[in-house]
Design a protein around this ligand. Structure first.
Ligand code: KG4
Ligand code: ZN
Length: 375
């Protein structure tokens, strides 16, 4: 069974085709709007919506060509000439920016109608979890049945992106309990806002990570002494808060003389400390949940999961705590928003939606993972 996925929840227009048997990627096309949003230092929703409507068709055509080879089909007036090369369409319905979500949903509905295919609504957060089970090139983890594999579940999933920071207990695919989430800014949002204060480009996560790599213990600038808070690291719950961290960065930056704050050394030192503060909190809370719920796996997802330091500090902590658990993290291109994860999620819900009406599919900007009434 082959599923076409469509993703437009934020600033990526994406289309992908997944072969459900083995969750193999046949094609995975992402059109990022990063360049466009750079000057705003974040995603500008009206602009994002307009870009989605412009890019959905070319991105779809590219995904179909990549997946099936140019010769097998022709799209004219949305008529897919080779019948049944796709079995269903999966589309993100939330959480995300509603005007953007609607672009993808209306496009997917139109295709589903023209091609007479079922339409499967997908929760974006669940898709980030499922991105861990996708098989890309030779990078395939073999799961006997990822739906309920007893070696994998229960698991704790940390989904960290520009819009979300959530810790989720995964009993099995489709069964989730939200353990905690951010009370204000998401971890990625914190990276982005701190980068803006430091005059770095958007998105802030990769910019800060790159600078942080340049930091060395021996650097004479380490005399500068920057110590940022680790918000809520010792709180007994699984909630997060990152807006105070951003404020601490702003205060430190404001109090420094121009000569210091404009120096490369200061920015490097700050980047290192911002990254470390965020990573420490994320790792500590997730490990705490792993202990409490005696999980068999820790699963990461979302753009911030692409952070190398986060990945390596997780590995070290799991080893040092002698936790005998699996540590799953998708390849970088499947951490940030993509449609392969949407199509892969669709594979698990095909049966449920194969006969449902298209009317039941609508955007839900604040959709939560435990609200499973849409499924
Ligand atoms: O999942 P994603 O592509 O979109 C959302 O759903 O938000 O995540 C984007 C976020 C941005 O905030 C970006 O700064 C952050 O992920 N990000 C990173 C890295 N790559 C992307 N944060 C830290 N380190 C990275 N390497
Ligand atoms: Zn995302």
């Amino acid at each position: 069974m082959k599923i076409l996925g469509i993703e437009t929840s934020c600033d990526e227009t994406a289309s992908a085709i997944i072969e459900c048997y083995g969750l193999k990627i046949l094609s995975n096309v992402v059109h990022s709007q990063i360049e466009l949003h750079k000057k705003w230092g974040g995603v500008y929703p009206t602009l994002a919506k307009r870009e989605h409507s412009k890019n959905l068709l070319p991105v779809l055509i590219k995904a179909l060509k990549e997946g099936f080879g140019g010769s097998k089909f022709k799209i004219q007036n949305f008529k897919l000439q080779t019948p049944k090369i796709i079995d269903a369409i999966a589309v993100t319905i939330g959480p995300g920016l509603e005007p953007c979500l609607w672009q993808g949903i209306n496009f997917a509905k139109e295709l589903a109608e023209k091609w007479q295919l079922p339409l499967i609504p997908v929760n974006h957060i669940e898709a980030h979890i499922i991105s861990n089970f996708i098989c890309q090139n030779s990078n395939c983890q073999v799961f006997s049945n990822p739906e309920s594999d007893s070696k994998l579940f229960p698991a704790v999933a940390l989904i960290v992106s520009g819009g979300h920071t959530q810790l989720i207990l995964v009993e099995k695919i489709g069964q989730y309990k939200l353990l905690g989430e951010t009370r204000d800014d998401a971890a990625g949002e914190c990276f982005d806002k701190c980068a803006r204060i430091l005059g770095l480009s958007y998105p802030g996560g990769p910019a800060i990570a790159k600078l942080a790599q340049e930091w060395k213990l021996q650097s004479p600038i380490s005399k500068l002494k920057i110590k940022l808070p680790r918000p809520m690291i010792y709180s007994k719950d699984y909630d997060f808060s990152f807006s105070g961290l951003k404020t601490a960065v702003l205060y430190d930056w404001q109090k420094r003389p121009d000569k210091i704050k404009k120096s490369k050394e200061y920015v490097i030192m700050m980047a290192k400390e911002i990254q470390q503060a965020i990573v420490e909190v994320l790792v500590a809370k997730t490990i705490q949940a792993a202990h409490e719920f005696k999980v068999k796996s820790i699963i990461l997802g979302g753009g911030v999961a692409a952070n190398k330091e986060l990945r390596s500090q997780f590995k070290l902590k799991i080893e040092s705590c002698k936790l005998k658990i699996n540590f799953l993290v998708p390849p970088e291109n499947l951490c940030t928003d993509n449609a392969a994860m949407v199509a892969a999620t669709g594979c698990f819900y095909y049966e449920k939606f194969k006969t449902k009406s298209l009317k039941e599919v609508f955007a839900q900007g604040n959709l939560s993972l435990s609200e499973k009434e849409f499924i």
